[in-house]
Design a protein around this ligand. Structure first.
Ligand SMILES: Nc1ncnc2c1ncn2[C@@H]1O[C@H](COP(=O)(O)OP(=O)(O)OP(=O)(O)O)[C@@H](O)[C@H]1O
Ligand SMILES: [Mg+2]
Length: 392
């Protein structure tokens, strides 16, 4: 007989108020019960990020392909409940419904409490590995097509009070249909007006705006917009635009490109924490034109707008979308006519795919040892990741 005052400790049971007895919950009455990761067949590793490994998987029932991100959960952290970074990523992804934001299909669970997996729509490419493997750079029309989609995704996020805070090429996915999807919401936050202080060391160094490098704790949507400027530049010159090796070197590179900021153009600059005991190098010129000699006036104008030192004056996603750069020739490609690329991330592993790889629960190390060609593939991937992650 159940004791009314005792909390229910038995999983899958509910207290019937009429009979005062515990009764089993019928499966049909359980909504959002997480499915087991065993419902998916593992195909190959897609990427290995700071917070988890991402696999290409196939739903055993529907045979549809998905990307499955294994969330790294620290056992000790788990003792205090579900990890907050993971919760944030899930709750933000669930809130989003836009063609330029990666869709979360479901959250699956492993055979242990701390084994959590995000099942997302599968995108054939990520921009980082694509850029590393491209035979010839993107054309300007293709660059415009990519940037417009990135801006649409950000316009949507910012309208929902979400700041991504880690916009970089490895977090931008591309489908074979030429559709760009913003992924990796591990660092994303919702914000309120007025904004609350946030940790400044968030955005990956090469894409980090000057205000965060100088210690500001006000993190606004303009943080994502600086990163758009970096990515626009990177796609146009086919290499990272500001590949600093540390925070000082990052600031130096920014100053070399845009000139030294001052209180005049950026009210509040003198009060930034790092400006109290550190002086930026003196460089009076804006060198954007010299860096992008082939770019039209409208292109330079947009880039300058995205690279405004004062975050309050920096272009918003909406403003950028109405830039004349996107309305003048060469016009943006239609996503459907974007070139298709070899599936670099899957190529090597395809031959090594085993038909019954229900291996999520048994630990990745053990699995890798079972299959030497998968080991090789992982090494190659790691090499690629290292190439880009050198200074991140
Ligand atoms: N939906 C997806 N479809 C295809 N590939 C994906 C998908 N999601 C993630 N990836 C791949 O996995 C990589 C790592 O995923 P993600 O960025 O979400 O993890 P992370 O641990 O937060 O990474 P990092 O900290 O390096 O940014 C991506 O760079 C991408 O290559
Ligand atoms: Mg990532």
């Amino acid at each position: 007989m159940a004791d009314d005052n005792e909390p229910i400790r038995k999983k899958g049971f509910i207290l019937n108020f009429q009979t005062k007895k515990l009764q089993e919950i019928d499966d049909k009455n359980i909504i959002n019960k997480p499915r087991s990761v065993e419902c998916y067949e593992k195909m190959n590793i897609l990427g290995q990020g700071t917070y988890g490994i991402c696999y290409r998987v196939r739903d055993k029932q529907t045979k549809k392909e998905y990307a499955l991100k294994k969330v790294k959960v620290d056992k000790d952290l788990f003792r205090d409940g579900f990890p907050i970074s993971c919760l944030r990523e899930i709750s933000i992804l669930k809130k989003c419904n836009h063609e330029n934001i990666v869709k979360l299909k479901e959250v699956a669970v492993g055979n242990e409490l701390q084994k959590i997996y995000l099942v997302m729509e599968y995108c054939e490419q990520d921009l980082a590995s694509l850029l590393d493997n491209l035979k010839k750079p993107f054309t300007e029309s293709e660059v415009k097509c990519i940037i417009i989609q990135l801006l649409r995704g950000l316009e949507y996020l910012h309208s929902k009070y979400i700041i991504h805070r880690d916009i970089k090429v490895s977090n931008l996915l591309l489908t074979d249909e030429g559709c760009l999807k913003i992924a990796d919401f591990g660092l994303a936050r919702t914000f309120s007006v007025p904004t609350k202080p946030m940790t400044p060391n968030l955005v990956t160094l090469w894409y980090r705006p000057p205000e965060l490098l100088l210690g500001s704790t006000t993190c606004t949507t303009s943080v994502d917009m600086w990163a758009v400027g970096c990515i626009l530049g990177e796609l146009l010159i086919n290499k990272p635009l500001l590949p600093g090796t540390g925070e000082i070197s990052q600031l130096d590179m920014i100053v070399d490109l845009l000139g030294t900021p001052s209180e005049n153009i950026w009210p509040g600059f003198d009060q930034l924490p790092a400006c109290q005991n550190f002086t930026l190098k003196q460089q009076p010129y804006n060198n954007l034109k010299a860096k992008f000699p082939f770019l039209s006036q409208a292109g330079i104008r947009l880039m300058n707008f995205l690279f405004m030192y004062d975050p309050k004056k920096r272009a918003t996603a909406e403003e950028s979308l109405s830039s004349s750069y996107f309305k003048e020739p060469p016009l943006p490609s239609d996503p459907r006519f974007m070139p298709s690329f070899p599936h670099h991330r899957n190529l090597k592993s395809q031959s090594s795919t085993s038909s019954s790889s229900s291996i999520f629960a048994s630990g990745s190390k053990q699995q890798q040892n079972l299959n030497p060609s998968r080991n090789k593939f992982s090494e190659m991937l790691e090499g690629l990741a290292k190439k880009r992650k050198r200074y991140e």
